[in-house]
Design a protein around this ligand. Structure first.
Ligand code: HSE
Length: 330
Protein backbone atom coordinates (compact mmCIF):
# COMPACT_ATOMS: atom_id res chain seq x y z
CA UNK A 1 0.00 0.00 0.00
CA UNK A 2 1.27 3.47 -0.69
CA UNK A 3 0.08 6.84 0.42
CA UNK A 4 1.20 10.19 -0.91
CA UNK A 5 1.14 13.52 0.93
CA UNK A 6 -0.46 12.37 4.15
CA UNK A 7 0.05 9.44 6.47
CA UNK A 8 -2.98 7.57 7.75
CA UNK A 9 -4.41 7.79 11.20
CA UNK A 10 -7.34 6.11 12.86
CA UNK A 11 -10.23 8.35 13.81
CA UNK A 12 -10.54 8.81 17.56
CA UNK A 13 -14.24 8.69 18.29
CA UNK A 14 -15.07 8.94 21.98
CA UNK A 15 -16.92 5.95 23.37
CA UNK A 16 -19.50 6.64 26.06
CA UNK A 17 -18.19 5.76 29.52
CA UNK A 18 -18.96 2.15 30.30
CA UNK A 19 -17.55 -0.83 32.17
CA UNK A 20 -14.24 -1.83 30.65
CA UNK A 21 -14.52 -5.21 28.92
CA UNK A 22 -12.46 -8.08 30.27
CA UNK A 23 -9.05 -8.82 28.77
CA UNK A 24 -8.39 -10.71 26.60
CA UNK A 25 -11.38 -9.34 24.76
CA UNK A 26 -13.97 -12.07 24.18
CA UNK A 27 -14.85 -12.00 20.49
CA UNK A 28 -16.96 -13.99 18.07
CA UNK A 29 -16.36 -14.29 14.35
CA UNK A 30 -19.27 -14.23 11.91
CA UNK A 31 -18.17 -16.02 8.74
CA UNK A 32 -15.03 -17.99 8.13
CA UNK A 33 -14.59 -17.81 4.38
CA UNK A 34 -11.88 -15.95 2.47
CA UNK A 35 -11.80 -12.91 4.75
CA UNK A 36 -12.91 -14.56 8.02
CA UNK A 37 -10.25 -17.26 7.64
CA UNK A 38 -7.62 -14.55 7.14
CA UNK A 39 -8.84 -12.66 10.20
CA UNK A 40 -8.74 -15.79 12.35
CA UNK A 41 -5.17 -16.53 11.27
CA UNK A 42 -4.19 -12.89 11.86
CA UNK A 43 -5.64 -12.84 15.38
CA UNK A 44 -3.73 -15.94 16.41
CA UNK A 45 -0.55 -14.49 14.85
CA UNK A 46 -0.76 -10.89 16.06
CA UNK A 47 -3.36 -10.50 18.80
CA UNK A 48 -3.38 -13.82 20.65
CA UNK A 49 -2.96 -12.30 24.13
CA UNK A 50 -5.51 -9.56 23.51
CA UNK A 51 -8.43 -11.27 21.79
CA UNK A 52 -9.95 -14.75 22.14
CA UNK A 53 -12.38 -16.13 19.57
CA UNK A 54 -15.16 -17.72 21.62
CA UNK A 55 -17.29 -18.93 18.71
CA UNK A 56 -17.31 -18.89 14.92
CA UNK A 57 -20.41 -18.82 12.75
CA UNK A 58 -20.11 -20.91 9.57
CA UNK A 59 -22.66 -21.86 6.93
CA UNK A 60 -21.71 -25.55 7.20
CA UNK A 61 -19.27 -27.76 9.08
CA UNK A 62 -16.15 -28.82 7.20
CA UNK A 63 -13.16 -30.97 7.97
CA UNK A 64 -9.66 -29.51 8.14
CA UNK A 65 -10.52 -26.17 9.66
CA UNK A 66 -8.26 -24.41 12.16
CA UNK A 67 -9.12 -25.41 15.77
CA UNK A 68 -12.10 -23.45 17.12
CA UNK A 69 -15.72 -23.64 18.31
CA UNK A 70 -17.74 -23.66 15.09
CA UNK A 71 -21.51 -23.26 15.01
CA UNK A 72 -24.01 -23.12 12.18
CA UNK A 73 -26.62 -21.45 14.46
CA UNK A 74 -26.16 -17.73 14.99
CA UNK A 75 -27.99 -17.90 18.35
CA UNK A 76 -25.32 -20.24 19.72
CA UNK A 77 -22.61 -17.78 18.69
CA UNK A 78 -24.25 -14.67 20.18
CA UNK A 79 -25.19 -16.63 23.34
CA UNK A 80 -21.52 -16.58 24.31
CA UNK A 81 -22.04 -12.91 25.25
CA UNK A 82 -19.13 -11.43 23.26
CA UNK A 83 -17.68 -7.99 23.88
CA UNK A 84 -16.61 -7.81 20.24
CA UNK A 85 -18.41 -9.11 17.15
CA UNK A 86 -16.30 -9.42 13.99
CA UNK A 87 -18.47 -9.56 10.88
CA UNK A 88 -16.96 -11.20 7.80
CA UNK A 89 -20.24 -12.43 6.33
CA UNK A 90 -21.31 -11.76 2.75
CA UNK A 91 -24.14 -9.29 2.26
CA UNK A 92 -27.38 -10.94 3.44
CA UNK A 93 -30.45 -10.39 5.63
CA UNK A 94 -28.76 -12.60 8.21
CA UNK A 95 -25.68 -10.35 8.33
CA UNK A 96 -27.94 -7.32 8.74
CA UNK A 97 -29.94 -8.92 11.58
CA UNK A 98 -26.81 -10.06 13.39
CA UNK A 99 -25.17 -6.63 13.23
CA UNK A 100 -28.38 -5.15 14.60
CA UNK A 101 -28.47 -7.69 17.44
CA UNK A 102 -24.78 -7.29 18.21
CA UNK A 103 -25.06 -3.51 18.54
CA UNK A 104 -28.31 -3.77 20.53
CA UNK A 105 -26.48 -6.04 23.00
CA UNK A 106 -23.85 -3.33 23.53
CA UNK A 107 -21.00 -5.26 21.89
CA UNK A 108 -18.38 -3.45 19.85
CA UNK A 109 -18.50 -4.38 16.16
CA UNK A 110 -15.93 -4.58 13.37
CA UNK A 111 -17.49 -5.18 9.97
CA UNK A 112 -16.22 -5.62 6.43
CA UNK A 113 -19.82 -5.55 5.20
CA UNK A 114 -20.12 -2.43 3.07
CA UNK A 115 -23.52 -3.31 1.62
CA UNK A 116 -25.16 -3.68 5.04
CA UNK A 117 -23.50 -0.61 6.55
CA UNK A 118 -24.41 1.41 3.44
CA UNK A 119 -28.11 0.56 3.52
CA UNK A 120 -28.38 0.77 7.32
CA UNK A 121 -26.99 4.16 8.36
CA UNK A 122 -29.01 3.77 11.58
CA UNK A 123 -26.52 1.13 12.78
CA UNK A 124 -23.97 3.87 13.46
CA UNK A 125 -26.61 5.77 15.47
CA UNK A 126 -27.43 2.58 17.40
CA UNK A 127 -23.75 2.09 18.24
CA UNK A 128 -23.48 5.68 19.43
CA UNK A 129 -26.60 5.38 21.63
CA UNK A 130 -25.34 2.17 23.21
CA UNK A 131 -21.79 3.40 23.73
CA UNK A 132 -20.50 0.72 21.34
CA UNK A 133 -17.76 1.16 18.80
CA UNK A 134 -18.63 0.33 15.19
CA UNK A 135 -15.67 0.28 12.82
CA UNK A 136 -15.68 -0.67 9.15
CA UNK A 137 -12.42 0.47 7.56
CA UNK A 138 -12.26 -2.89 5.75
CA UNK A 139 -15.49 -2.07 3.93
CA UNK A 140 -13.74 0.49 1.68
CA UNK A 141 -10.49 0.11 -0.21
CA UNK A 142 -9.09 -3.09 1.32
CA UNK A 143 -5.73 -2.19 2.82
CA UNK A 144 -6.03 1.50 1.77
CA UNK A 145 -6.95 3.78 4.70
CA UNK A 146 -9.64 5.63 2.74
CA UNK A 147 -12.14 6.33 5.52
CA UNK A 148 -9.34 7.08 7.99
CA UNK A 149 -7.76 9.60 5.60
CA UNK A 150 -11.09 11.29 4.97
CA UNK A 151 -11.67 11.49 8.75
CA UNK A 152 -8.21 12.93 9.24
CA UNK A 153 -8.73 15.58 6.59
CA UNK A 154 -12.00 16.57 8.20
CA UNK A 155 -10.43 16.69 11.65
CA UNK A 156 -7.86 19.08 10.15
CA UNK A 157 -10.78 21.16 8.85
CA UNK A 158 -9.77 20.58 5.23
CA UNK A 159 -12.66 20.98 2.84
CA UNK A 160 -13.06 17.89 0.63
CA UNK A 161 -14.41 18.68 -2.83
CA UNK A 162 -14.25 15.31 -4.56
CA UNK A 163 -13.13 11.72 -4.24
CA UNK A 164 -12.51 9.52 -7.23
CA UNK A 165 -10.90 6.19 -7.76
CA UNK A 166 -10.88 2.54 -8.60
CA UNK A 167 -12.78 1.13 -5.63
CA UNK A 168 -13.65 -2.34 -6.86
CA UNK A 169 -10.84 -4.85 -7.24
CA UNK A 170 -12.93 -7.41 -9.10
CA UNK A 171 -13.95 -5.09 -11.93
CA UNK A 172 -10.37 -3.87 -12.28
CA UNK A 173 -9.11 -7.44 -12.42
CA UNK A 174 -11.77 -8.37 -14.98
CA UNK A 175 -10.97 -5.34 -17.19
CA UNK A 176 -7.27 -6.27 -17.14
CA UNK A 177 -8.08 -9.84 -18.19
CA UNK A 178 -10.36 -8.59 -20.98
CA UNK A 179 -7.51 -6.37 -22.20
CA UNK A 180 -5.36 -9.51 -22.42
CA UNK A 181 -8.01 -11.16 -24.61
CA UNK A 182 -9.82 -13.34 -22.04
CA UNK A 183 -13.60 -13.79 -22.32
CA UNK A 184 -15.90 -12.12 -19.79
CA UNK A 185 -17.01 -15.36 -18.10
CA UNK A 186 -13.43 -16.62 -17.84
CA UNK A 187 -12.30 -13.34 -16.28
CA UNK A 188 -15.16 -13.36 -13.75
CA UNK A 189 -14.49 -16.99 -12.77
CA UNK A 190 -10.81 -16.15 -12.22
CA UNK A 191 -11.77 -13.22 -9.93
CA UNK A 192 -14.07 -15.53 -7.97
CA UNK A 193 -11.39 -18.22 -7.67
CA UNK A 194 -8.96 -15.66 -6.24
CA UNK A 195 -11.49 -14.52 -3.62
CA UNK A 196 -11.91 -10.99 -4.99
CA UNK A 197 -15.54 -11.13 -6.12
CA UNK A 198 -18.65 -10.79 -3.98
CA UNK A 199 -20.83 -13.89 -3.46
CA UNK A 200 -22.95 -12.41 -6.26
CA UNK A 201 -20.37 -10.90 -8.65
CA UNK A 202 -23.02 -8.78 -10.35
CA UNK A 203 -22.61 -6.42 -7.35
CA UNK A 204 -19.01 -5.84 -8.51
CA UNK A 205 -19.71 -5.67 -12.25
CA UNK A 206 -22.82 -3.49 -12.08
CA UNK A 207 -21.14 -1.02 -9.74
CA UNK A 208 -23.31 -1.72 -6.68
CA UNK A 209 -20.26 -2.64 -4.61
CA UNK A 210 -18.56 0.63 -5.60
CA UNK A 211 -21.79 2.53 -4.90
CA UNK A 212 -21.94 1.14 -1.35
CA UNK A 213 -18.33 2.23 -0.82
CA UNK A 214 -19.09 5.71 -2.18
CA UNK A 215 -21.99 6.01 0.28
CA UNK A 216 -19.64 5.26 3.19
CA UNK A 217 -17.08 7.75 1.89
CA UNK A 218 -19.79 10.37 1.34
CA UNK A 219 -20.96 10.03 4.96
CA UNK A 220 -17.37 10.37 6.18
CA UNK A 221 -16.53 13.29 3.86
CA UNK A 222 -19.81 15.21 3.69
CA UNK A 223 -21.89 13.87 6.57
CA UNK A 224 -24.59 12.42 4.31
CA UNK A 225 -25.34 10.11 1.39
CA UNK A 226 -25.08 11.26 -2.24
CA UNK A 227 -28.13 13.02 -3.71
CA UNK A 228 -27.80 11.30 -7.09
CA UNK A 229 -26.16 8.05 -8.20
CA UNK A 230 -25.31 6.98 -11.75
CA UNK A 231 -23.92 3.52 -12.52
CA UNK A 232 -22.47 1.92 -15.68
CA UNK A 233 -22.25 -1.87 -15.77
CA UNK A 234 -19.57 -4.17 -17.15
CA UNK A 235 -21.49 -6.42 -19.55
CA UNK A 236 -21.12 -8.30 -22.82
CA UNK A 237 -20.43 -5.06 -24.71
CA UNK A 238 -17.43 -4.27 -22.49
CA UNK A 239 -14.79 -6.57 -24.08
CA UNK A 240 -15.06 -4.68 -27.37
CA UNK A 241 -14.89 -1.35 -25.56
CA UNK A 242 -11.76 -2.55 -23.71
CA UNK A 243 -10.11 -3.52 -27.01
CA UNK A 244 -10.94 -0.21 -28.68
CA UNK A 245 -9.66 1.71 -25.66
CA UNK A 246 -6.43 -0.33 -25.67
CA UNK A 247 -5.95 0.34 -29.40
CA UNK A 248 -5.76 4.05 -28.51
CA UNK A 249 -3.17 3.35 -25.79
CA UNK A 250 -5.61 3.81 -22.89
CA UNK A 251 -6.97 1.48 -20.20
CA UNK A 252 -10.65 1.16 -19.38
CA UNK A 253 -11.35 1.48 -15.66
CA UNK A 254 -14.43 1.37 -13.45
CA UNK A 255 -14.03 4.79 -11.84
CA UNK A 256 -16.18 5.65 -8.84
CA UNK A 257 -16.43 9.31 -7.99
CA UNK A 258 -18.12 11.72 -5.62
CA UNK A 259 -18.42 15.41 -6.40
CA UNK A 260 -19.83 18.07 -4.15
CA UNK A 261 -21.39 20.86 -6.20
CA UNK A 262 -23.88 23.64 -5.56
CA UNK A 263 -26.58 21.20 -6.66
CA UNK A 264 -25.65 18.52 -4.13
CA UNK A 265 -23.46 15.43 -3.91
CA UNK A 266 -23.22 13.42 -7.10
CA UNK A 267 -21.98 9.80 -7.17
CA UNK A 268 -20.95 8.17 -10.45
CA UNK A 269 -19.63 4.74 -11.26
CA UNK A 270 -18.53 4.95 -14.88
CA UNK A 271 -16.34 2.98 -17.28
CA UNK A 272 -13.68 5.51 -18.21
CA UNK A 273 -10.55 5.38 -20.41
CA UNK A 274 -7.44 6.37 -18.43
CA UNK A 275 -4.18 7.49 -19.99
CA UNK A 276 -0.81 5.84 -19.29
CA UNK A 277 0.73 7.35 -16.16
CA UNK A 278 -2.65 8.21 -14.64
CA UNK A 279 -2.65 6.56 -11.18
CA UNK A 280 -6.18 5.26 -11.70
CA UNK A 281 -5.10 3.70 -14.99
CA UNK A 282 -2.00 2.26 -13.35
CA UNK A 283 -4.00 0.29 -10.74
CA UNK A 284 -3.49 -3.32 -11.82
CA UNK A 285 -5.48 -6.46 -11.17
CA UNK A 286 -7.29 -6.19 -7.81
CA UNK A 287 -5.52 -2.96 -6.82
CA UNK A 288 -7.44 0.16 -5.84
CA UNK A 289 -6.36 3.79 -6.30
CA UNK A 290 -8.19 6.70 -4.70
CA UNK A 291 -7.64 10.45 -5.02
CA UNK A 292 -9.16 12.78 -2.44
CA UNK A 293 -9.18 16.41 -3.61
CA UNK A 294 -9.48 19.33 -1.24
CA UNK A 295 -10.28 23.01 -1.53
CA UNK A 296 -7.14 24.93 -2.48
CA UNK A 297 -5.91 22.31 -4.95
CA UNK A 298 -4.32 19.81 -2.55
CA UNK A 299 -4.98 16.16 -3.10
CA UNK A 300 -4.14 12.85 -1.43
CA UNK A 301 -3.53 9.71 -3.46
CA UNK A 302 -3.87 6.24 -1.94
CA UNK A 303 -2.93 3.07 -3.82
CA UNK A 304 -2.70 -0.59 -2.85
CA UNK A 305 -4.48 -3.93 -2.73
CA UNK A 306 -8.21 -3.39 -2.68
CA UNK A 307 -9.62 -6.91 -2.47
CA UNK A 308 -8.71 -10.42 -1.40
CA UNK A 309 -8.00 -12.28 1.81
CA UNK A 310 -4.84 -10.51 2.97
CA UNK A 311 -5.85 -6.95 2.07
CA UNK A 312 -9.27 -7.16 3.69
CA UNK A 313 -8.16 -9.19 6.72
CA UNK A 314 -5.39 -6.69 7.45
CA UNK A 315 -7.94 -3.85 7.49
CA UNK A 316 -10.21 -5.84 9.85
CA UNK A 317 -7.22 -6.50 12.14
CA UNK A 318 -6.38 -2.77 12.13
CA UNK A 319 -9.93 -2.03 13.25
CA UNK A 320 -9.68 -4.63 16.03
CA UNK A 321 -6.39 -3.05 17.16
CA UNK A 322 -8.04 0.37 17.10
CA UNK A 323 -10.83 -0.94 19.35
CA UNK A 324 -8.26 -2.41 21.75
CA UNK A 325 -6.53 0.96 21.80
CA UNK A 326 -9.76 2.84 22.51
CA UNK A 327 -10.98 0.42 25.16
CA UNK A 328 -7.67 -0.21 26.94
CA UNK A 329 -5.55 2.71 25.82
CA UNK A 330 -3.06 0.40 24.14
N1 HSE B 1 -15.66 -7.54 -4.16
C1 HSE B 1 -14.92 -6.47 -3.59
C2 HSE B 1 -13.97 -5.93 -4.63
C3 HSE B 1 -14.17 -6.97 -2.38
O1 HSE B 1 -13.73 -6.63 -5.63
O2 HSE B 1 -13.45 -4.84 -4.49
C4 HSE B 1 -13.45 -5.91 -1.60
O3 HSE B 1 -14.34 -4.94 -1.11
Amino acid sequence: MSLSLLSSSRPQSRPHPRVLPERPLRAVLLGCGTVGGGVMAGISRQLAGDVTIEAILVSRHRKHRAPGRYFTEADCVLATGPSLVIDCLPDSDLAEQLLDRALSSGADVVSANKAVIARRPDLADRAHERGSLLRYAAAVGGELPVLETVARLRSERRDILSVSGVLNGTSNFVLDRLAEGAGLDTAIHAAQALGFAEADPSADLEGRDAEAKLRLISRAAFGRDPDTVHRDAIDETTPRCVRETAACGYRLRQVASLHRTGAGIEARIALTPRAPGDPLGEARDEENAVRISCEGGDSVLLTGRGAGREATASAVLSDISAILAERYGR
